[in-house]
Design a binder for this molecule. Sequence first.
Ligand code: ATP
Length: 148
Amino acid sequence: MNVIKQTSAGGIVFKKFQILNSKFQIQWLVCQHSQHGGWVFPKGFVGDNDPGESAETAALRETREEGGVTAKIINKQPITVNYSYLWKNQQIQKTVHYFLMEYISGDPKDHDWEMSDAKFVSEKEVVDILTYQSDKDAFRQALKLFKF
Ligand code: ATP
């Protein structure tokens, strides 16, 4: 069987909402994949349009496309997830580099067709809604990098 290695990049994006005077609430961006139906973070193929694209640029682009929002990377150290699946009788071995990002602007409702839904949810809801264990583990690592 053919084995194909692919690299994707994406964003674990938080948004600070001011609630009372100087108090903030934090929410996180999650998306539902149109094809497999899983709840995931926005991500996609590095070099989709430009073969020289960096993981950081791809992560920001995919966050805009699939998550509908513009964000900035706040920690350049990626959180890396690996998984594999079968596609047309080939084994795809995928590596995904997620970057911790802070929301700047935009509305998750403006996600593209690759996702059927995108929304900001609380920390507890993220853990409940994510479909894959590797994404839950990546989220726990993102929380460790998360200082504000
Ligand atoms: P990309 O967004 O990287 O271009 P894609 O949208 O084409 O990829 P994936 O989201 O990687 O596709 O899904 C391909 C297969 O892998 C599906 O069967 C999906 O259920 C499975 N999958 C997706 N994410 C994970 C994960 N974190 N762990 C295990 N399996 C996953």
